[in-house]
Design a protein around this ligand. Sequence first.
Ligand SMILES: NC(=O)c1ccc[n+]([C@@H]2O[C@H](COP(=O)([O-])OP(=O)(O)OC[C@H]3O[C@@H](n4cnc5c(N)ncnc54)[C@H](OP(=O)(O)O)[C@@H]3O)[C@@H](O)[C@H]2O)c1
Length: 320
Amino acid sequence: MKSTIKKYWPQYKWSNVFTMIKNIKRQPERNTEPFRDKLVVITGATAGIGYYTVRKYASMGARIIMVNRNKEKSERVVREITEKYGTPIEYILADLSLLTDIKKTGQYFLSLEKPIDVLIHNAGVHLESREETPDGLEVNFAIHYLCPLIITRMLMPKYQRDMAGRIIFVSSEAYRFVVWGLDLDDLQWKQRRYSGIKAYGAGKLAQFLVMHILAGKLAPCNVTLIAMHPGIVRTETGKDNGKLYQWYKKNIIDRYSDSPEKSAEALYYLGTSPEVAHTSDVFFHLTTEEELTPPGRDFEAAEALWEKTRELLYEKGVAL
Ligand SMILES: NC(=O)c1ccc[n+]([C@@H]2O[C@H](COP(=O)([O-])OP(=O)(O)OC[C@H]3O[C@@H](n4cnc5c(N)ncnc54)[C@H](OP(=O)(O)O)[C@@H]3O)[C@@H](O)[C@H]2O)c1
């Protein structure tokens, strides 16, 4: 920690914070062009941002495959979209915190013949207390970081074949709470007091770091990989947290939050606009490019994280 304070402190700029505050007030750019018959894959589309993004893409003619963990909710979305827009929509079931389900999802998309025009890694959680998956992984780390990483990595041969596609990581400005970077010796929050917001931010920060590495690997395949903050929006996030959190969310957070339709508009623009076609390894606040804080653009840390992750996944039977 001491060494990262020394490293990052001189790189921090107040102007970066002011820019972020300015970006909060901005409306996303819009793309009004249809996306007929293009294939969009999105994780976590039964609620919130994912659900509204499905509606947006479907209303513009796209064909959608959702990756959800709940069958009943998925069926409901399929029915609604089919009735309302008549566009093709299907889903696969997967709990994206579990390595077996993550691998199964990667395998499924790898076997698709049609190119994936847009892949949106959206599924996410906000947990007040530390939870571990049956694989022994901290949940934030598994869903926000390992899941998009493993699926994207598995799809590399497909992208090499198709030579096209856009990938979007739905990230969060909450990564800023991890002021001095990731603790590479305690990625699973076993040795420190767990903090919901910091563990959430750490998962998103790890996502940025791996974006730098994956974007480099995907560049020869003509694939755009970007991350975006979807705004602070009223969704079901944190629905499994305690009563105090629910009160705080309902009375404070939600009051000042936007509609997830705004995030969906931004995700449509980022997935479809020609303006973004040749942009990779970039973070957008909604649709405005924003410079990451020093821990988010630390390529040395990204490489160290990649190495740690490779070892961890190897132990769990997943090759990176
Ligand atoms: N809301 C905000 O203000 C905000 C701000 C910044 C970033 N974000 C990010 O935006 C993304 C979407 O969040 P949201 O606010 O729309 O939350 P949400 O309303 O709670 O929706 C989350 C979605 O992810 C799914 N999901 C959660 N855990 C999963 C798992 N293990 N396997 C498969 N699917 C899973 C949920 O499925 P179920 O319906 O089955 O629970 C749901 O469809 C997240 O990545 C979040 O970090 C949100």
